[in-house]
Design a protein around this ligand. Sequence first.
Ligand code: PGA
Length: 256
Amino acid sequence: MGRIPLISGNWKMNLNHFEAIQLLQKLSYELRSHNFDSVEVSVHPPFTNIRSIQTVIDADRMLFKLGAQNCHFEPSGAFTGEVSPAMLKKLDVDFVIVGHSERRGLFGEANEMVAAKASAVFSHGMVPIVCVGESLEERENGQAEVVVEAQIRESLAGLKRDEMSNVVVAYEPIWAIGTGATASPSDAQEMCSHIRSTLASMHAPAAEKVRIQYGGSVNASNVNELMSMPDVDGALVGGASLEAASFARIVGYEDA
Ligand code: PGA
């Protein structure tokens, strides 16, 4: 029972809803249904586009899973500017990215908040993609594994046992995000394997089930080698997901 790879396009703060629909339609044109046989594919538009994308996926019976990039952990209330998990669930969202390094670094999200978000996403019937990853300085100081292990332990604290087995983890070294500098396949493998052992020590049955994505400058040329690593079960793709042809080649990496 292998883990089904999950390839996710994180569109970040790009594209208005018209542009987002166009991208999705182009992407759908580039892909064939067999591309979805062995890989799950999620797209994560900005909040303002989710309803439009949901409608297109639904109307054209597309096989994409719908994702969000963030959410609040409370179900509702006086949290100006925030979006709740319940609102996302109502739009048929399947996956919610939580704790992306841009959220951690630019908006002050610490592991405790990421943990609250991950639990809230699960309790609303969606799956969180929990992001972890070290900075360049931490890697150069030989602290990468310690930092990532602590992020895993603290960001997944509070998940129930079945949730531990269903969570998706994205290992995204900060120095590789949007820089064109990808972790080498062996570095990615080493960290993903360390993440899996950490998961095993938290809840043994989870270790073999959890999908661990690699993220950070994934493109059509490096995806194949990264995906051939035994503990890399998918990719979280930023820049290259904004261009239909390149994201289609990433999704169809097995055809290459
Ligand atoms: P990138 O972004 O592919 O542009 O490096 C990845 C991410 O931030 O999820």
